[in-house]
Ligand binder design. Structure first.
Ligand SMILES: O=P(O)(O)OC[C@H]1O[C@H](OP(=O)(O)OP(=O)(O)O)[C@H](O)[C@@H]1O
Ligand SMILES: Nc1ncnc2[nH]cnc12
Length: 175
């Protein structure tokens, strides 16, 4: 599956900025069987972590995380870009491979003691993942793992979250 999966990732040079190779997952999503297989692999991982709930960062984390949550029958919490959520929020700011931003989640979205896994399409510098961890922990949740379609190990994201388990379907070096 990893081979077929890799064939369906489009690598786009100099997007959105010069020097970045953008790993585009949309061809995977267009292939129903492959999207289902990728969802299933991530769901197996989330299940192995005995997670109560999934957090997915806007926007691609919604696409990746929601079907995993429905496959397992567990909840999904959107971590949204600022000023999108209507009720009281917790906010964290972060940098990523090509910019900076903030994420917010509703203050009542995670209950103290809940086991949480973050699902997203790609791990690069881990700015997004660190912001999610901060939000989850500020609300009393426990980040018990994280899973991605793609990991860019050269950007050393994992090193910024020592002790956190990271699962990915494919790794790209030289990004
Ligand atoms: O590990 P990092 O360096 O934080 O980068 C990874 C993040 O960057 C992308 O999201 P982006 O913020 O571009 O938002 P999008 O999903 O709305 O395109 C991607 O979907 C991850 O969430
Ligand atoms: N190289 C990359 N491709 C796609 N999404 C990204 N998010 C951060 N870096 C990325």
């Amino acid at each position: 599956m990893a081979n077929d999966f890799e064939k369906h990732i489009a690598s786009v040079k100099d997007f959105p900025n010069k020097g970045i190779i953008f790993r585009d997952i949309t061809p995977v999503l267009q292939d129903g069987k492959l999207f289902q297989a990728a969802t299933h692999k991530l769901a197996e991982y989330v299940k192995s972590k005995n997670a109560d709930i999934i957090v997915g960062p806007e926007a691609r984390g919604f696409i990746v995380g929601c079907p995993v949550a429905t496959e397992l029958g567990i909840g999904f919490v959107p971590a949204r870009k600022p000023h999108k959520l209507p009720r009281e929020v917790e906010r964290a700011s972060y940098d990523l491979e090509y910019g900076s931003n903030s994420l917010e989640i509703h203050k009542d979205a995670i209950k103290p003691g809940q086991r949480v896994v973050v699902c997203d399409d790609l791990l690069a510098t881990a700015g997004t993942l660190r912001a999610c961890k901060q939000l989850i922990e500020n609300l009393g949740g426990e980040l018990v793992g994280s899973c991605f379609y793609i990991e860019l190990p050269d950007l050393k994201g994992k090193e910024k979250l020592p002790g956190l388990d990271v699962f990915s379907l494919v790794k790209y070096h030289g990004a």
